[in-house]
Write a protein that binds this ligand. Structure first.
Ligand code: SF4
Ligand code: SF4
Length: 466
C-alpha cells in the first residue's frame, strides 16, 4: 500500500469511497511469537473440542431441537434458561472488564476473525503468493498463467479450510456422530444442515477472501462498544510521540530527528492499514504488529525498544487499575459467577408438572362420598443420568380432608433422561374448603442411589361454588 496514510477518511477507502485492499506484512518479534502460540492453541481447541468426550457425552453440544445442552458433563435443558442468562452475563461482564483494563485484547488475541485470518489465511497468502510486496505486484499485474494458477490454489486451500471450520462449527450443534453420518449420506437427507454449510461456507469465504478487516471496522458491534468501555487508563498500543517526534524527514533541515526514522514499517504490518503515530484510532484492533515492527527497527538502530508500546492515555506511571467502572464490572462479574454457582448447586435434576386436562374443568360424581373429580396430566422428566423411582402422594395434611389421589402407576420407575406422562385424578368431597385451601400440594418422593428427594407441585382444584 501507499506510504501516504490518509487520516481524514478510512485508510481502507479511496477518495471515491471504494475499497483499498490492505496487504499487511508479517511482523516478527515477541508479541507475534506469543500470538502464534495462542492462535494455534485456540484453533486446536475449536477443532478438537467436539471430539472430546466426557462421561461418554460430547464435551460441548448445543442440541437445539431437543433443547438439551451439554457443557463438559453438565446437562442443561430448556427450563434451565435462567442459567443461560447468567452464562451470558458472565461473558458480557468479563469482556467489559477485560476491555476496560486491557483495551481490545479480545480483538487482537482471541477473536475468531483475527485468529483465523492471522493464524491460517494470511499464512496461505504468504505460502502461495509470497511476501506482501509480491502480493501487491501480482495483484496489480496482468492475469497471466502464473497468477491464475496461484489464485486457484489459494482459493482451493481457502475453501478446504473454510469447509473444515464450518463443519467443526456444525458439530457443536448436531454432534460429531451425526455430523459423520451427514457427511457420508446424501444432502437430500439433511437439507437443513446442508443449507447451513453452504450458506456459512459462502459467507466465510467472502469474509476471509475479501471482506477481512472491514468486518472489524464497520460491522463488529464490539468494536463500536469499546469506546464506551475504555477510558484513559485502559491499555492500548501507543506511539510515544515525545520520544519519536520530530520524526525523520519532518525537520526543515531534514537532518536532526528524534527516534522515529519514518520507515513506515509500523504501517506496512498493520492489518487495518492505519498509522498508529496519528494516535489511538477506532480501526486499531490492538494486534500489536506495529509494536513488534517498530521494536525490530529500534533494535537495528541500537535504540531502546518500545517507541510503540502498550500504554494508556494517562501514561503507564499514572495508570490506575481501580476505577469506578473496573469495580462495577468486576463486582457484576462476581455476582453473575456466584449466582451461576448457586443455581447450579440448587438445580433440580427432575422436572415435574401437573397440567389440567382439556374439556370440563370438573366432573360431578353421583351417589359417591367424594362428589367431584378433576383430571390432570402429570409429566415427570428425569434429567439425571440414573434410573429413579418416584412415589406420588398427596401431602399428609390433605388426607383428613376427603381428598383422594388416583394414578395408574405408583411408584413409577423412570430411566435416565426419560419423560413419564400419565393422567391423574383427584377426587374430593364438596366439603373441601376451597376458599381457605386454593392450592393443593402433590408430593413426589424420588428415590435415586438409595437416597430420597422430595419435590412438591402445587395446583388448584375446581368445582361449582356452593
Ligand atoms: S495500529 Fe498497530 S496494534 Fe493497531 S491494528 Fe494496526 S498494527 Fe495492530
Ligand atoms: S516503525 Fe517505528 S520508526 Fe518506523 S515509522 Fe513506525 S514508529 Fe517510526
Amino acid at each position: 500500500m501507499s506510504k501516504e496514510v490518509i487520516t481524514k477518511r478510512l485508510s481502507t477507502t479511496d477518495a471515491k469511497g471504494a475499497r483499498v485492499f490492505v496487504y499487511a506484512a508479517r511482523a516478527k518479534g515477541y508479541f507475534n511469537s506469543l500470538k502464534n502460540k495462542i492462535h494455534f492453541f485456540l484453533i486446536l481447541l475449536f477443532l478438537a473440542l467436539p471430539w472430546i468426550k466426557i462421561g461418554g457425552e460430547q464435551s460441548l453440544l448445543l442440541d437445539i431441537p431437543n433443547r438439551r445442552f451439554n457443557f463438559f458433563g453438565l446437562i442443561l435443558w430448556a427450563h434451565d434458561a435462567p442459567l443461560f442468562f447468567f452464562v451470558l452475563a458472565i461473558v458480557v461482564f468479563a469482556l467489559a472488564l477485560a476491555t476496560t483494563l486491557w483495551g481490545r485484547v479480545w480483538c487482537g488475541w482471541a477473536c475468531p476473525q483475527t485468529v483465523f485470518i492471522d493464524g491460517i489465511f494470511r499464512r496461505i497468502d504468504e505460502l502461495i503468493e509470497g511476501s506482501y510486496l509480491k502480493r501487491i505486484k501480482s495483484d496489480r499485474g496482468p492475469w497471466d498463467a502464473q497468477r491464475v494458477i496461484k489464485k486457484l490454489i489459494k482459493f482451493t486451500l481457502y475453501f478446504l479450510v473454510t469447509l473444515i471450520v464450518t463443519h467443526s462449527f456444525l458439530a457443536y450443534f448436531v454432534g460429531t456422530d451425526n455430523l459423520m453420518d451427514m457427511i457420508l449420506s446424501s444432502p437430500t437427507n439433511n437439507w437443513f444442515s446442508f443449507s447451513f454449510i453452504v450458506l456459512t461456507t459462502s459467507a466465510l469465504m467472502f469474509n476471509f477472501l475479501w471482506f477481512r478487516e472491514q468486518f472489524c471496522i464497520i460491522m463488529c458491534p464490539y468494536g463500536r462498544f469499546q469506546s464506551i468501555l475504555m477510558d484513559e487508563h485502559s491499555l492500548a498500543p501507543f506511539y510515544d510521540e515525545k520520544r519519536g517526534e520530530p520524526r525523520k524527514g519532518l525537520n526543515k533541515d531534514k537532518k536532526d530527528h528524534a527516534d522515529c526514522v519514518n520507515c513506515y514499517k509500523c504501517v506496512t504490518v498493520c492489518p487495518t492499514g492505519i498509522d498508529i503515530r496519528n494516535g489511538l484510532q477506532m480501526e486499531c484492533v490492538a494486534c500489536t504488529a506495529c509494536m513488534d515492527a517498530c521494536d525490530s527497527i529500534m533494535s537495528k538502530l541500537n535504540k531502546p525498544k518500545g517507541l510503540i508500546r502498550y500504554n494508556s492515555e494517562a501514561g503507564l506511571e499514572n495508570r490506575k487499575w481501580y476505577r469506578p467502572r473496573v469495580i462495577v464490572y468486576g463486582v457484576s462479574l462476581l455476582i453473575a459467577l456466584l449466582s451461576l454457582t448457586f443455581f447450579l448447586q440448587d438445580r433440580n435434576p427432575y422436572s415435574l408438572s401437573v397440567l389440567r386436562q382439556k374439556g370440563a374443568p370438573f366432573k360431578e360424581l353421583k351417589n359417591e362420598t367424594l362428589n367431584y373429580t378433576n383430571f390432570f396430566k402429570l409429566y415427570i422428566k428425569n434429567q439425571s443420568k440414573k434410573t429413579v423411582t418416584v412415589h406420588i402422594s398427596l401431602d399428609q395434611k390433605y388426607t383428613t380432608q376427603n381428598i383422594q389421589l388416583i394414578t395408574p402407576l405408583n411408584p413409577v420407575v423412570i430411566t435416565a433422561e426419560d419423560l413419564f406422562r400419565a393422567p391423574i385424578f383427584i377426587k374430593f368431597s364438596k366439603d373441601y374448603k376451597f376458599i381457605n385451601n386454593p392450592q393443593l400440594a402433590l408430593k413426589f418422593k424420588i428415590k435415586s442411589n438409595n437416597q430420597y428427594h422430595i419435590e412438591t407441585v402445587r395446583f388448584s382444584l375446581l368445582s361449582p361454588i356452593n
